[in-house]
Design a binder for this molecule. Sequence first.
Ligand code: ARG
Ligand code: ZN
Length: 844
Amino acid sequence: TTVYLKDYTPFGYLVDSVSLTFDLVPNATRVTARIAFRPNPEAQDRTFFLHGEGLKLIGAQIDGQDVKPELTDQGLTCDVPDGPFLWESEVEIDPANNTALEGLYMSNGMYCTQCEAEGFRKITFYPDRPDVMSTFTVRIYGDLPVMLSNGNPSDSGDGWVEWTDPWPKPAYLFALVAGDLVAHSDRFTTASGQEVDLNLWVRPGDEHKCAFGMEALKKSMRWDEEVYGREYDLDVFNIVAVDDFNMGAMENKGLNIFNSAAVLASPDTSTDGNFERIEAIIAHEYFHNWTGNRITCRDWFQLCLKEGLTVFRDSQFTSDLRSAPVKRISDVIDLRARQFPEDNGPLAHPVRPESFQEINNFYTATVYEKGAEVIGMLKRLVGDAAYAEALDLYFARHDGQACTIEDWLKVFEDVTGRDLAQFKRWYSQAGTPRVAVEERWAEGTYTLTLTQSTPPTPDQPDKAPQVIPVAVGLLGPNGDEVRETQLLELTEERQSFTFEGLAAKPVPSILRGFSAPVILDRETTTEERAFLLAHDTDPFNRWEAGRALAQHTLLDMIVNGTPPEPAYLDGIQSVLRDEALDPAYRALMLGLPGQSELAATLHERGHTPDPMAIWQAVETLRQTMAEHLQDLLPRLHAEAQVDAPYRPDAEQSGKRALGSAVLGLINRIDGGVLAAEEYGKADNMTLQLSALGALIRAGKGAGQLAAFYDQWKDDRLVIDKWFGLQVSLAEPADTVKVAVHLTRHDDFNWKNPNRFRAVLGALAMNHAGFHHESGAGYSLLADWLLRLDPVNPQTTARMCAPFQTWKRYDAKRQEMIAEQLDRIAAAPGLSRDTTEMISRIRGA
Ligand code: ARG
Ligand code: ZN
């Protein structure tokens, strides 16, 4: 069944308080609930329906009298009194056999929960919707040394503990954890002087991986006070690391639960990239305390209200702590790799979707990352001061409420007096807008004419013009900036902007800072791109110029068999020579567009992408770059060395990123000699993994791979890397073979989402391997989706996404993919999650 945004109605009852008790037993946990309901004056419909799935009802009472509710597989209904009443129920659940990792489940002997979006209904009967908010008291009976829930500890006795959360919250923010855990503890004093106990709970043996996460937490808490004026509001803040988790992490009030991969870090076992990601996720979940928890969503269609804003906030945090240009470029690389394919294929949906079958399928790059881009545009349009004022008003006006995008936009309208009706289309129209550029030069006046259009997406054939903020600067012929960045507001389909009083025809730098999530369609010359690569003052657009040159040369190589473009090679060489440029930035300059992105661009331009030809072109260009830059590489390699003790900060990570990119090139010349040397002396995971990667690419890593396994066989997170690396770096013809081989490894615990993704996710990311002409990549992924679906629908459904691009490819590949999609769709008892994904991907 499909749920629609337009059908929203409030629940017939308000909840004044919830009191839960848990009697923890692996196969037969008893949950009792005492819930104080009263009629909701705002609601018309008085149907008393409580969600509940997979619950064994032991008994229920209303005001102390036994009742016999009517049960379905979705929940129950019951006759209730006209006024306030107390609902009590007792249910039995089976956490030990909960492999879906939703509701209350067990992971390595530890109890934990995941309730967002609709998992609380697998714990007890409840109005499991985010607009029903209440305070919770939770008593946990069990024999485990650590038993946690939301809020503050309020009482305890022999074999039980009680937690009280004074802040009203929706059920999706409920959490419980119990296990044999140890804490890495610290304290934080809030700006107003409140003391907060901080604990990062892990399994014994992981204590040495906590320090970084704790520091990140304290930095996040301080940052949110300083930048958004938001303080923490409980006496304790607990974070727990869990090995089996469907997503990255969860912002449960006062008790964040993390995939261990998203919180545990040590220099020996984590890469610089892991550290940066962990810092961002800790911040993200912490920031949800205000943007998500204190102000939550009215319904799940409003998911971007909390996710887009919180992603935007965590990216601001990372920009402040590290390098803003590097963060911006990385975010755009990620947006193009994950969100653009979604927005330009069968899974396209608005940032605020209007219907769904399974909400878990909408925790997407569009809701999160495009949702964050929309906030970035809004901030740019209204300015920093008005943004800050609007946010203050948002927190003041809506604290304690369950809100909508309308509420969010209204605070901006009230603060600025601006009408945001057209801007709101960013929330309702799916698809990536394209902006075409024409220019005219006459007598000192330069005119830019911008034309926007958004292609049709499922259910949205016609698109209206959006408000597109286009940041533009102009450079003079000698490379000086003759017009600083200014913001053009493109609101019509076609609009012209003039710049007067110029001495010579300028070179435009358009969409600086990637000021809008659009595709710029601009026919321009290699000379002009090379000029911008050399002179643009905007770091994003300077990088973008290099990217455009790389893309241009690759497409030319693929389509016309042209050799690599000298202007690209020379331009990159000059950038790399410039020691004034941040090493991290230069490392980004050495990157190439992804093969899947190249396939998308070829498809857009009317070509049928051949994955093997794309792979070959990238290989050729890399080899040519290695040769062209050969003389410079040793100097860069020396520059990239770090003498100081390991720190995962921007400065050192940047150097190592450059070192790794340079090693990749040297590797193509020396066939693995330097890589072997580096592997031998690597004293942190970043260097160890980059050297191992280079060795594998050189076809020489067998011994080191085996040694790596022996060294790390007891560390799950490192072994995930070992699995993933082999599949990612396999040559196209070997990829499936390597993946199959790894799925037969004793350590391939496919029920663990991290391990499943390490192999099957890496397969899907290896473009030429996954799309190998044999079709074996498609059938292997489908085999495993079919196997995982009955066990864990959520992770299965997410892993269907690699098929979303199928219409780009040739008829033969389309046919092979369609066959797999049909095979999955035909599986008896296929989950709602996977059914929805496959049918959307398959299309009408
Ligand atoms: N709210 C979490 C976050 O973004 C995501 C949890 C989503 N989990 C899920 N099963 N849908 O931080
Ligand atoms: Zn989030």
